[in-house]
Design a protein around this ligand. Structure first.
Ligand code: SAM
Length: 248
């Protein structure tokens, strides 16, 4: 029976790939990847000669059908993305969905993921968390999104672009308050890895002090909302606010 393998690849440090992942990449008939040149570098580092096929956001639906046909013909396929775990803010959803609909076995190999790597070292609660991927690029939509997450009690994990980090932290300090704890994990597994945690207001100052602190690939984490121990429960606070608006 042919199989679709989901194979995570390193997020910076080339040594972060499992023996099982390397064996699968060597043994499959085709590797579907976002960028054949990018994946080609990883494959040549490990002397793997398996042919590659481009599957990216723009052609995924169309290519997914072709790949499903190949698998049904008996070819085994591995899906990789440029870095980390495929489908996590990366292409692959349509392919996996179509494969499962067609009764094809999908096997996921565990491996690197920036969100999980960052979270495990952040020092924020990890018993419950939400992964929010990338925030909207436009200022208004980003603020609305943060507004909707203001009362989220679980730790929040975002992927963020270096160009928008300052604007996002500014908005976070305004929407969730200067005391809300943030952690920025940059360049994980690479030479200039830093993981820095501060309240939103102080984080803004710290980032503004040195533009290098906003560079590179980054995961932004936000502590969940914690009700003040003396305050009324949140639903009661909302009712009270409605009542006083009505009375006022
Ligand atoms: N599928 C990938 C994964 O499993 O982590 C994520 C792909 S997403 C297109 C790329 C984003 O992941 C980057 O913009 C950054 O937010 C985050 N990221 C990837 N590598 C990272 C690293 N080494 N350090 C910090 N963040 C990273």
């Amino acid at each position: 029976q042919a199989v679709l393998y989901i194979v995570p690849t390193p997020i910076g440090n080339l040594a972060d790939i499992s023996q099982r992942a390397l064996d699968i990449l060597s043994e499959v008939d085709v590797i579907a990847c976002e960028d054949t040149r990018h994946t080609g570098k990883l494959l040549s580092h490990y002397q793997i000669g398996t042919p590659t096929w481009a599957l990216h956001d723009h052609n995924e639906q169309y290519k997914a059908d072709q790949l499903v046909t190949r698998v049904l013909e008996g070819k085994s396929i591995a899906l990789v993305s440029d870095a980390g775990t495929p489908l996590i803010s990366d292409p692959g959803y349509h392919l996996v969905n179509r494969c499962r609909e067609a009764g094809i076995r999908v096997v996921a190999v565990p491996g690197p993921c920036a969100a999980i790597t960052a979270l495990s070292a952040a020092g924020l609660p990890t018993d419950r968390f939400v992964f929010e991927g990338f925030l909207p690029a436009k200022d208004k939509a980003r603020r609305d999104k943060l507004e909707s997450l203001k009362d989220e009690p679980r730790t929040m994990v975002f992927y963020e672009s270096p160009r928008r980090l300052l604007d996002t932290v500014t908005a976070l300090a305004e929407v969730m308050g200067e005391d809300r704890r943030l952690v920025v994990a940059r360049e994980l597994t690479k030479a200039f890895e830093t993981i820095h945690g501060l309240p939103a207001g102080d984080m803004l100052e710290w980032l503004q002090q040195d533009s290098n602190r906003c560079r590179g690939e980054m995961v932004l984490m936000v502590a969940g909302y914690k009700a003040d121990a003396d305050a009324l429960p949140l639903p009661a606070q909302k009712t009270l606010a409605l009542l006083s608006a009505d009375l006022g």
